[in-house]
Design a protein around this ligand. Structure first.
Ligand code: GDP
Ligand code: GDP
Length: 499
């Protein structure tokens, strides 16, 4: 799970300016999704060699109705509940204010690592030291003078932040290795060997019987960077992690309770996993399943429940730890914007997704009504068109088990590895049935395809002009992959150059 770093502070101290500056280091692993990217308050960035998620908490707290102090307090609460480290931004030109002190008290009590930034120190010559030293009185330790606008001191401050983070876990290491090898550099000879590339024309005789041969082994080896270190046996035993996400009141806890009622595993140990005590375990068809908690589920009284926008942060957090996201919506209250945002988040995070329309008992038993609803929803959520939709009543238990069944099925697809020879046969078929587009000055030539990662399934096509591949062609191939392997999970497709 990537560490979360929150940027906190009263309005106008320069939080968004700092956030935007840090966001320049963002990791462009996936394409931006319209509607999710606009008006974003979190990014995955690389900082001092770490992959972290930064959050501008100011952006998550709507302020119109609340008083300044209340707003600031809520932001701080969010940071404390959800984050691994906090950057507390203050305005050194304005000096220390009551709101700053309020937040500081709260942060101090939380015990979370905090770094204080004294912002707007644009030049050495100002009466800076004097002002900055005021912030020592907050009792939060060292104060870092920065100018968010000009980038001064930001690097040093972030070094301190990263120094306070928990050590890198396997998943972060894997993500890092993947980003470094898979995207920036063209395929090397070693990649080629690992892909099990069979030069054109030689596929003939032993190509067919290669399913269990070197080709597949090679693909598996190439796939390891994305945290797929386990072999087949471990894969079977690995628990499936499901995040139940959704706006407040859509029925998340009711669903979780309905699922747990029959299937709960009593205090059993899952081998090889560190368990978060707030996660719930259950068994489904001999598979170990863990429902990862989202802030809305247990901590009902907290702020996370009251503020709708917080469900985004909660979802973000629990999705980091999961294979599958189950997105609940309320059939009686379709709030497409917020629901779409959460669905977009799942796509962007590359998590498998089950869409659940809950409280269907309040709507209708009419089958046609369901079909109309489904069509409209599919249209509104075009960017996750592959995700299955279920209509449930968590209250009566109707179709609740179906949710689990689908989630487990998708979890397997999520970690699926396709045999290289089959991929290359598919590529050949695509070439024959669909003329290659013109890219730049000539036709696109595709040489071979391999799966370079799982979770989500990630494919790489080696070609002559990777920069200019038209979106349409990319979508076409993605859809062919979906059809061929029956994948109802997000797919990543990379184009890269032959070395
Ligand atoms: P937020 O409300 O905390 O997100 O604050 P903003 O990032 O919107 O910044 C508030 C104002 O402070 C804007 O007018 C910024 O241009 C200004 N500001 C932010 N950082 C600096 C800085 O380092 N130096 C100066 N002089 N102004 C800054
Ligand atoms: P959460 O905030 O998403 O965890 O939502 P809850 O599980 O607390 O549910 C909110 C309210 O909706 C509660 O009063 C539930 O009893 C009710 N509710 C949940 N699922 C259903 C359902 O399928 N049908 C109906 N009629 N009510 C439901």
């Amino acid at each position: 799970m990537k560490p979360l770093v929150a940027i906190v502070g009263r309005p106008n101290v320069g939080k968004s300016t700092l956030f935007n500056r840090l966001a320049r280091r963002r990791i462009a692993l996936v394409e931006d999704i319209p509607g999710v990217t606009r008006d974003r308050h979190y990014w995955d960035v690389e900082c001092e060699g770490r992959f972290i998620t930064i959050i501008d908490t100011g952006g998550f707290v709507p302020g119109e109705k609340d008083s300044l102090l209340q707003q600031v307090r809520e932001q701080a609460q969010l940071a404390v509940e959800e984050c691994d480290a906090i950057v507390f931004v203050t305005d050194a030109r304005a000096g220390l204010t009551a709101a700053d002190q309020e937040v500081a008290t709260y942060l101090r009590q939380s015990g979370k690592p905090v770094v204080v930034a004294a912002n707007k120190l644009d030049s050495e010559s100002q009466l800076v030291q004097a002002h900055a030293s005021e912030f020592f009185r907050l009792g939060l330790g060292e104060v870092f003078p920065i100018s968010a606008e000009h980038g001064l001191g930001v690097g040093t401050m972030m070094e301190a932040v990263v120094g306070k983070l928990p050590p890198m876990d396997d998943e972060e290491l894997a993500a890092k290795a993947f980003a470094e090898t898979a995207l920036d550099e063209p395929a090397t000879e070693a990649d080629e060997a690992a892909f099990g590339y069979v030069p054109e024309g030689e596929e003939g005789e032993d190509g067919e019987g290669d399913e269990d041969g070197e080709g597949e082994e090679g693909a598996a080896a190439a796939a390891t960077p994305i945290g797929a270190k386990e072999d087949e046996d471990e894969e079977e035993e690995r628990p499936i992690r499901i995040a139940i996400i959704g706006r407040p009141n859509v029925g998340k806890s009711t669903l979780v309770n309905a699922l747990l009622k029959e299937k709960r595993v009593v205090a059993s140990e899952v081998p090889g996993t560190t368990r978060d005590p707030i996660d719930s375990e259950l068994k489904y068809k001999d598979r170990q399943v863990i429902l990862t908690d989202t802030a809305g589920i247990r901590r009902k009284k907290t702020i996370a429940h009251r503020l709708e926008k917080f469900s985004v942060v909660a979802a973000l957090k629990s999705m980091e730890r999961s294979d599958v996201a189950v997105l609940l919506m309320d059939a009686t209250e379709p709030a497409v914007d917020q629901d779409a945002k959460l669905a977009g988040l799942a796509e962007e995070k590359g998590r498998a997704l089950v869409i659940v329309v809950n409280k269907w008992d309040l709507i209708s038993t009419d089958q046609r009504k369901q079909e109309i609803f489904r069509e409209e929803l599919k249209y509104a959520l075009k960017f996750v068109h592959y995700a299955p939709i279920v209509f449930t009543s968590a209250l009566t238990g109707s179709k609740v088990e179906k949710v689990l069944e689908l989630a487990v099925e998708l979890a397997d697809q999520f970690r699926y590895r396709s045999p290289t020879p089959q991929l290359n046969r598919l590529l050949k078929h695509i070439e024959e049935s669909h003329p290659a587009p013109i890219v730049g000055r000539g036709p696109l030539r595709v040489y071979y395809m391999a799966q370079v990662g799982t979770a989500p399934p990630t494919f790489a096509i080696t070609c002559n002009r990777p920069e200019g591949v038209p979106d349409m062609y990319r979508r076409y191939i993605t859809n062919q992959l979906r059809k061929t392997f029956d994948l109802r999970v997000p797919i990543r497709l990379l184009f890269r150059e032959r070395p």
